[in-house]
Design a protein around this ligand. Structure first.
Ligand code: FES
Length: 111
């Protein structure tokens, strides 16, 4: 068990806060392990399905950073719902810098 904090709002608007997240755990893994509605993680974290699409809050996006080209291409395929702060949950790995991060699961992740 780690000690990092993540607040996740699922596709139904239910917010859950985890405060024992281990460093290195991706937000997709965290969502899947805890049955967060809308996080499917179909491709197992390979950046190839976008069923782990989340919106990062503006405040946290600066720390999380922009997606790389491959991730951006994947997000582009779900562009109907893309926000500037869209990221793939499997590409966000927890680290001390991200302690306290808040994300909302995007509707497109439940395709
Ligand atoms: S789990 Fe498939 S892209 Fe993230």
């Amino acid at each position: 068990m780690g000690n990092l904090k993540v607040t996740m709002t699922d596709v139904n608007g239910v917010t859950t806060t985890f405060d024992n997240v281990e460093e290195g755990t991706s937000l997709m893994e965290l969502g899947k392990q805890n049955d967060i509605a809308g996080i499917m993680g179909d491709c197992g974290g390979g950046c190839a399905c976008a069923t782990c699409h989340v919106y990062v809050t503006d405040e946290w996006f600066a720390k999380v950073g922009e997606p790389d080209d491959i991730e951006f291409a994947m997000l582009d395929m779900v562009s109907d719902v893309q926000k500037p702060t869209s990221r793939l949950g499997c590409q966000i790995k927890m680290k001390p810098d991200l302690d306290g991060i808040e994300v909302t699961v995007a509707p497109s992740s439940s395709y």
